[in-house]
Ligand binder design. Structure first.
Ligand SMILES: CC(C)(COP(=O)(O)OP(=O)(O)OC[C@H]1O[C@@H](n2cnc3c(N)ncnc32)[C@H](O)[C@@H]1OP(=O)(O)O)[C@@H](O)C(=O)NCCC(=O)NCCS
Length: 239
């Protein structure tokens, strides 16, 4: 079930986010208080009383940005992310947004998910960590030491064109990517999750629906958009 966040969810929201990020390049991006969303949506997914997914959406002008999306690791690949995204898109459109975007690092699961969800990859820059525990010389390659201060760990943004040089100088470098999906293009639906599809087929078999409609993705490989193929099954037509 997808619903609005309430203040009583804060502890569960923070735990869900941190556990979800643990196995990803955002493993050390830990929050201890939920950020406020001034205009947009704060969506959570609940399963048998447990909070299993969180999505914060900020809307500014015609752009809606996914500030946070995280599904509890015990409930990934169950359609929770897709359900929250569908609700986020509904809210974004209602607030006048014509596109939705998200910034993410190089986690293969997340990249595949955005691509399958109709997003195109558009912008790139670098997230660079200079860490003296990894190499005592890393901080000195990033900043000039100030009197009385000894740089230990730093997080910096860099230009994508400097990627090779940055990777040669620092052990931890991520490509941060912008994913964008237009919301005024009705042809690019979110692909149905397995759960959605199963529910639709069940309703059809039980006679509660006249047809089953979906789009089967064909995998085109990394960095290429998927090609949706429309499937329509209608009762009595043999189609
Ligand atoms: C990226 C993320 C939000 C996706 O959420 P999710 O709930 O796992 O996503 P869904 O279940 O909707 O879809 C994931 C996959 O499961 C499949 N799936 C959906 N329902 C399914 C089901 N019932 N059974 C089997 N597979 C299913 C989907 O087809 C999809 O396949 P794909 O990855 O090949 O496209 C989630 O993996 C996550 O929280 N990752 C860690 C945090 C993170 O990286 N956040 C984004 C960057 S900020």
């Amino acid at each position: 079930m997808v619903r609005d966040y309430t203040v009583a969810d804060e502890g569960a929201w923070l735990r869900c986010r941190v556990l979800s990020f643990l196995g990803t390049p955002y493993f050390d991006d830990v929050l201890t208080a939920k950020p406020l969303v001034e205009r947009g949506a704060e969506i959570v997914a609940e399963l048998e009383g447990d909070l299993v997914g969180v999505l914060d959406l900020a809307v500014e002008g015609d752009l809606a940005t996914i500030e946070t999306i995280a599904v509890h690791p015990d409930h990934q690949h169950e359609g929770v992310g897709a359900e929250m995204l569908t609700e986020a898109i509904r809210r974004a459109r209602a607030l006048g947004a014509t596109q939705i975007d998200a910034w993410t690092r190089d986690d293969p699961t997340a990249l595949a998910w955005y691509r399958r969800s109709g997003f195109d990859e558009q912008g790139h820059y670098l997230h660079v960590y200079a860490d003296s525990y990894v190499d005592p010389d890393e901080p000195g390659r990033a900043v000039t030491r100030q009197p009385g201060l000894n740089p230990i760990k730093m997080f910096l943004h860099g230009r994508i064109e400097d990627e090779a040089r940055m990777r040669a100088s620092f052990k931890r470098v991520h490509v941060c990517r912008r994913f964008v999906r237009r919301l005024d293009d009705e042809e690019r639906h979110v692909l149905p999750t397995a759960t959605d599809a199963a529910n639709q087929v069940a309703a059809f078999i039980l006679g509660k629906a006249e047809s089953v409609e979906g789009r089967a993705p064909t995998r085109a490989g990394p960095f290429r958009p998927t090609t949706p193929v429309k499937i329509v099954v209608c009762r009595g037509t043999g189609a």
